[in-house]
Design a protein around this ligand. Structure first.
Ligand code: GLN
Length: 279
């Protein structure tokens, strides 16, 4: 069995189960199992694949056919050019969230202290600490399992961060922050059954469910943020594509200035940000 033949066997299995982007997944799973780059695959496609690699590859292809997310099988997801360990205890980092990190990076200054609420895999906080200059960061999450992954990801990316188990601000000390960022759960509870099987059945519901209208978390994050931000500090949150107006109004009603709704690369509203007014 050559590498090429193995990939084609995988591809027909994934296609039979209507796995989206089957060709991409067939290659990525092979790369992960054999520890090779895509270029290396093309160079050695006609060589014989070691039997144990082939067996493991077919095992993963079978799991992927059952709609286990690709990232859970490879154990990692790239985000902001960095590698994050993911599993079913955390939401897998999405490319859409990179816009939040980019907007945050434009507004931080060296020495700033950042709070990341609902840190999950830690991808937002860790990217900011890695790509910004001299920043200090705290990540909070209600899920202890998620915090374990976040800590692991901080080590993996060699950044210093503190993580705390907390229901939003509940366990956060009084010392105010220069910036608060969050990608909270924001899916309407009633829409969860309609999500892709990979997300609905294999990502934590706690990381997805934003209550009846999806806005429950913003109703707590936005008003309480004022007490935890320094004058001139920024609040930056990710939102669902149809939540821009509702969340923008919350920022304005709570006294934020410079409030903007930013779009992601797909042209959808994705981030709302505002500044605590200097009075
Ligand atoms: N902050 C994490 C992320 O952006 C987790 C978000 C969540 O659990 N809703 O991926």
């Amino acid at each position: 069995m050559t590498y090429y033949e193995a990939v084609h066997k995988a591809l027909s299995c994934l296609e039979k189960h209507q796995v989206p982007d089957a060709d991409i997944d067939a290659l990525l799973l092979l790369q992960s199992v054999c520890g090779i780059t895509r270029a290396r695959y093309y160079a050695c496609a006609g060589d014989t694949i070691p039997e144990s690699d082939f067996a493991r590859y077919m095992e993963l292809v079978d799991l992927r056919s059952q709609r286990i997310p690709l990232q859970h099988l490879t154990g990692e997801q790239e985000f902001m050019g960095l590698s994050f360990h993911v599993c079913e205890d955390v939401l897998s980092p999405r490319q859409d969230t990179e816009i939040l990190v980019e907007e945050a990076l434009k507004r931080v200054r060296p020495g700033d202290r950042i709070l990341d609420l609902c840190t999950g895999s830690g991808c937002i906080l860790i990217s900011l600490l890695k790509l910004g200059k001299d920043l200090e960061g705290t990540g909070s999450d209600l899920s202890r399992k998620a915090l374990r992954i976040a800590r692991e990801n901080a080590d993996r990316n060699q950044v210093e961060a503190s993580f705390i188990c907390s229901d939003l601000y509940a366990e956060i000390s009084d010392l105010p922050f220069d910036m608060i960022v969050s990608n909270p759960p924001y899916i309407e509870s009633g829409k969860i059954p309609e999500l892709m099987e990979e997300v609905r059945d294999h990502e934590p519901r706690l990381a997805l469910d934003g209550g009846a209208d999806g806005l429950d978390l913003y109703r707590r994050i936005v008003p309480e943020s004022m007490a935890h931000l320094k004058e001139g500090g920024w609040l930056i949150v990710e939102i669902g594509y149809d939540q821009g107006e509702a969340v923008r109004s919350m920022f304005v009603d709570n006294g934020y200035s410079d409030v903007h709704v930013m779009k992601d690369l797909g042209g959808n509203d994705r981030v709302v940000l505002g500044r605590k007014t200097i009075v």
